[in-house]
Design a protein around this ligand. Structure first.
Ligand code: SF4
Length: 275
């Protein structure tokens, strides 16, 4: 996707959590940019509009541009505290494609390593994370989450064409793990898949508990963030995909392997304990 990169300076960088993140046990979130150049069809962030800190051009043109918070590292040096439990990031992917050019995350991670919080959780689907491996290794009590949404490459291309192929993501997880990082496979949002095969992939690539989440639909979630219209339209092409049955199959396989599988804030909360 063609995208443009913008910058702004922010007044603060750590936000106090509410809702899902607060219920899971996170005290703060860190969002290094506004808008995400992965532009996934199902992304819930643009549906949050001003509540997600967005401007109209962001939710109307999701993925077409991103605005980096240029002073993020300087703000972090002021705002980090040892008791914080930080999630990075609920509103963009820190390793979105534009990060390859802007290179904001090395400064951010260096600031976190210099003043480490109680727990720092980094969520991404971007293989670019490997560029910063040495910086990640310098952060104590780091957990990373890497999204694997389906085992089916055709489904992946349809729903998230600007994200890396599934095989590459699994290889990134293995590399992070081999480097000594605690890395969780995140099966979220769960896209049409062979659930048994996806569970086996997650088990093989990681050593940790596995966390999942279905696509959020308005009928199940009357308020707050929900799936983008583009993602819902794509789901209509898979009328036989039974998400409840798929989650059941995954849970059965993961539990049989001696690990935990869960969805929602309770499972998300597993990440908030120091590794
Ligand atoms: S990577 Fe995450 S934040 Fe970025 S568009 Fe996809 S779902 Fe949204």
């Amino acid at each position: 996707m063609l995208y443009s990169i913008r910058e702004q300076t922010s007044r603060t960088i750590l936000s106090r959590t509410s809702g899902f993140l607060l219920a899971a046990g996170f005290t703060h979130s860190l969002t290094p940019a506004r808008n995400c150049t992965f532009g996934c069809s199902y992304c819930y962030v643009p549906t949050m509009r001003v509540q997600g800190g967005l401007r109209m051009e962001d939710w109307r043109h999701w993925g077409h541009h991103t605005t980096f918070k240029a002073n993020a590292a300087a703000l972090l040096r002021r705002e980090l505290r040892p008791e914080q439990v930080i999630y990075c990031s609920p509103l963009t992917d820190p390793y979105q494609p534009a990060e390859a050019e802007r290179r904001l995350m090395p400064e951010v991670l260096a600031a976190v390593a210099a003043n480490p919080p109680k727990v720092f959780v980094l969520q991404t689907r971007g293989p670019l994370i490997l560029r910063d491996l040495a910086l990640l290794q310098a952060i104590p009590r780091l957990r990373s989450r890497f999204s694997v949404t389906t085992d089916d490459e055709a489904v992946r291309q349809r729903f998230e064409p600007h994200c890396a192929p599934i095989a590459e993501r699994l290889q990134v997880i293995r590399t992070l793990r081999a480097a000594g990082l605690r890395v969780h496979a995140t099966l979220a949002p769960l896209l049409p898949c062979d659930a048994g095969r996806l569970a086996a992939m997650a088990l093989e690539a990681t050593e940790e508990d596995v966390i999942g989440d279905p696509l959020h639909v308005r009928s199940d979630k009357p308020r707050g963030a929900t799936t983008r219209e583009a993602g819902l339209r794509l789901m209509e092409r898979y009328p036989d995909f039974d998400v409840a049955a798929a989650l059941g199959t995954i849970e059965h396989a993961i539990v049989r392997a001696g690990r935990r599988f869960g969805t929602g804030p309770d499972a998300f909360g597993w990440l908030t304990t120091p590794p």
